[in-house]
Design a protein around this ligand. Structure first.
Ligand code: ZN
Length: 267
């Protein structure tokens, strides 16, 4: 699943290649993904310039002069940036063709992604209005997390994966950040101390930033803009030895999601 770093790496790559280009044509091949795909996209976008690409949580926000294209990659989606137009495959659901010949193709086998159109301030869009602060932005500080966790019996891992508390911290990065902060993922959120909240905010920021840096530096296949290989300290390493203490890592399920931690290092 594309997580926040993959979406941010995608945003940066597309920003470098596409800003200032004008849309020539939009070719939708599906009527609906997670939400209906607007039928008038070709009409509203043709001739418009792509002015900027922003990100909110895991949504990409394309500033198209007269309105905003909102894109979410869902569970299995990614955007391909192509220099030519090979025949579309079964899961290539939309093509955005630019006047300079570039083609942005939306691929999504499971169709949980979103492509929609919004006129006005995109932060007011119903999909975005309830999202909490950006993990890499202002507003996500130790004090904030301490306040947001008071009285909460929910596991701390679930709290930081709740997008109303903080935007876009997915399963992988929640596992990694809790390991670095030496906090057990199944602790009650309300039990965290102010110091632990400060530490956890710092480790969340660190794991996301490092992953973005890794993705930026990675030479990806020309047509793929979302995924890159990564190495993790705990995620996907159940039963393997802890990098700090050498004891085997344990796996439990929290909220139905795989959770790997070290009993010795995380309290
Ligand atoms: Zn350990």
């Amino acid at each position: 699943m594309p997580e926040l770093p993959e979406v941010e790496v995608t945003r940066r790559r597309l920003e470098r290649e596409l800003i200032g280009s004008r849309f020539k044509q939009v070719v939708p091949r599906v009527k609906k993904l997670r939400l209906p795909v607007p039928a008038n996209l070709d009409q509203v976008l043709s001739g418009r310039m792509l002015r900027a690409i922003a990100r909110r949580g895991k949504y990409l926000l394309f500033d198209c002069e007269v309105g905003w294209l909102l894109v979410h990659l869902g569970m299995t989606g990614f955007l391909k940036l192509l220099r030519s137009a090979p025949p579309p495959g079964k899961h290539d659901h939309l093509d955005f063709i630019f006047e300079d010949g570039q083609l942005l193709r939306f691929y999504d086998p499971r169709k949980f992604g979103v492509v929609t159109w919004f006129i006005g301030d995109p932060q007011q869009h119903p999909l975005l209005a309830e999202i909490g602060p950006e993990p890499l932005g202002k507003g996500f500080e130790g004090e904030y997390l301490f306040g947001a966790s008071r009285g909460r019996k929910v596991a701390v891992k679930q709290l930081i994966m709740n997008s109303a508390v903080v935007a876009g911290v997915g399963n992988i990065y929640a596992n990694e950040a809790l390991f670095r902060a030496r906090i057990r993922p199944d602790r009650a959120a309300g039990d965290l101390t102010p110091l632990e909240c400060t530490e956890l905010v710092a480790t969340i920021r660190d794991v996301l930033k490092e992953s973005i840096k890794e993705g930026d530096a990675c030479l990806v296949a020309e047509e793929t803009v979302a995924y890159y290989p990564q190495t993790f300290k705990v995620y996907g390493r159940s039963g393997e030895s802890c990098h700090k203490c050498n004891e085997p890592l344990e796996e439990i399920r929290i909220g139905g999601r795989s959770t790997v931690f070290c009993r010795g290092c995380q309290k």
